[in-house]
Design a protein around this ligand. Structure first.
Ligand SMILES: Nc1nc2c(ncn2[C@@H]2O[C@H](COP(=O)(O)OP(=O)(O)OP(=O)(O)O)[C@@H](O)[C@H]2O)c(=O)[nH]1
Ligand SMILES: [Mg+2]
Length: 231
């Protein structure tokens, strides 16, 4: 029997396009790939972020969904440029779809681009979209065992947002066990508990975004400095 390495080829092609996306976005715009199960609160977090950063940082959003423009409409209501990608059944976004969306965005005027991936805790993990960082979001009702059961995204994420903290008193789950599960898989990840309903913890999330943007821009000055000829 001959095995055809289709998956390897698809990922290699995607990685090549992702490199082009990264170059097209450039060194000044922080790009985040937001990944979670359906309904964990990705769009809610983006809405909160857009409202909080208005007048401070220029944000744009790419929305990935199987169908509808519902999430794009929610984000657009905050006055943020947004492009909706419908995957027509695809369970994750791919770099070629981001590349096709970029001309619709005012890239030269942006500070932060957030890509909301299709609701799925597994498939999006493998597909580089040209982002600077993957952000995993898990909501408390999903249960405290999920990081250990679905380790891939928690390993790949630079930050893990724990959403729906307002529900903690009502749920048969242990937030500390959830934290421990994440740290077992990825002790470097920033763990940020929030509630998009009450606003709890959002200041720490916004500070994480600002810090990542500063770090990305600092890399430009470092690179320029390193490249300049010694006198
Ligand atoms: N109690 C509570 N509910 C929340 C919170 N954040 C979001 N929700 C609710 O959770 C539901 C799903 O939120 P969305 O923001 O649409 O989730 P999503 O991850 O974007 O969903 P998909 O795009 O469909 O994958 C909505 O009814 C929100 O109001 C939260 O912090 N606490
Ligand atoms: Mg959504």
């Amino acid at each position: 029997m001959t095995r055809i390495p289709v998956i390897t080829n698809i990922l290699a092609y995607n990685d090549a396009v992702a490199r082009d996306v990264r170059q097209a976005i450039g060194p000044r715009v922080l790009t985040l790939n937001l990944i979670s199960s359906p309904g964990a609160g990705k769009t809610s977090l983006i809405e909160r972020t857009a409202a909080a950063l208005a007048g401070e940082l220029r944000l744009a959003v790419i929305e990935g969904d199987l169908a509808t423009t519902l999430d794009a409409a929610r984000v657009a209501a905050h006055g943020v440029p947004v492009v909706q990608i419908n995957t027509d059944g695809g369970c994750h976004l791919e770099a070629r779809q981001i590349m096709a969306a970029l001309p619709e965005l005012p890239l030269a005027e942006l500070d932060v681009l957030i890509i909301e991936n299709v609701g799925n805790l597994v498939c999006p993990t493998e597909f580089d979209l040209g982002e600077d960082a993957k952000v995993a979001l898990i909501s408390l009702p999903e249960g405290d065992d999920k990081p250990l059961k679905y380790p891939g995204i928690f390993l790949a994420a630079r930050a893990v947002v724990l959403n729906k903290m307002d529900l903690a008193p009502y749920l048969p789950m242990d937030v500390e066990r959830l934290r421990q599960g994440i740290m077992t898989i990825n002790s470097d990840a920033s763990i940020i508990p929030v509630s998009c309903i009450t606003g709890e913890g959002l200041a720490a999330w916004l500070e994480w975004v600002r810090r990542e943007l500063r770090a990305k821009r600092a890399r430009i000055s470092y690179t320029k400095h390193a490249e300049s000829p010694t006198p």
